[in-house]
Design a protein around this ligand. Structure first.
Ligand SMILES: [Zn+2]
Length: 231
């Protein structure tokens, strides 16, 4: 509250409790300076439920004593606490690799909620379907399309050739061989085909994944893609 708002609040309090009115000009100035010093960081009203006049009225509804600045500060602090307790940090729209920007966005959102400028963001699981997602964050998700950034995905490709080949096939609209079980090497759904290396004693010595699926598996996937209802 600036001095003008403090003066308005004191005028309102004077109507509720004439004892608080200072007739002497010097005393009135001191009272104004004291309240301004103690309530300078408390807003007069926010668009989300806080009003210093309501706090003053509540004081006189419940107490026979003259109001003190603390009687406004205390409700304001509990208003802030309640709002922060309701708030669950939404995912910032900043680049997660930009740590200062990410932190700054979290902090500024919390400050806005505490100060009554913004509404608390409720738990995502409850409200995500109603409020939708932050449009700037959605744009970032659309651009990346995965929790693995494109650059990291490209760097990893040599180490996961079968999965990289699968992603490439799906991107080109080709049948996804890994969506069916391989009848040849019995690789389950989602796992690449494999090659067994037989040791001298007829035992299986090692299983190495193949980069390309067995041809029969590709045919089977293509059949299933054409007849999804029968699959
Ligand atoms: Zn196979």
């Amino acid at each position: 509250m600036d001095r003008r708002e403090i003066a308005a609040l004191l005028a309102y309090i004077g109507r509720l409790d004439p004892r608080s009115i200072r007739i002497d000009e010097g005393e009135a100035r001191d009272q104004l300076a004291q309240w301004h010093e103690l309530l300078g960081d408390v807003p007069m009203a926010t668009s989300h439920g806080w009003d210093a006049r309501v706090a003053a009225r509540q004081h006189y509804r419940a107490s026979p004593y003259q109001i003190q600045p603390a009687d406004v500060v205390r409700p304001w602090e509990s208003y802030r606490r309640n709002r922060l307790a309701l708030h669950s940090d939404p995912t910032p729209s900043a680049d997660p690799d930009d740590q200062p920007a990410w932190t700054a966005e979290l902090v500024s959102t919390r400050r806005a909620v505490a100060a009554g400028i913004a509404q608390p963001a409720q738990a995502r699981a409850i409200t995500s379907s109603q409020e939708g997602i932050n449009p700037r964050l959605q744009a970032r998700l659309d651009q990346i399309g995965s929790c693995i950034p494109p650059a990291a995905r490209a760097a990893l490709a040599p180490f996961r050739p079968a999965l990289a080949a699968r992603e490439a096939a799906v991107a080109q609209g080709l049948p996804d061989a890994l969506s069916v079980r391989c009848e040849w090497c019995l690789a389950p759904v989602g796992e690449p085909c494999r090659r067994r290396r037989i040791g001298p004693n007829d035992g299986v010595r090692a299983i190495t994944p193949r980069t390309t699926p067995h041809p029969g598996r590709l045919d089977l996937a293509a059949q299933q893609a054409q007849q999804p209802a029968l699959a």
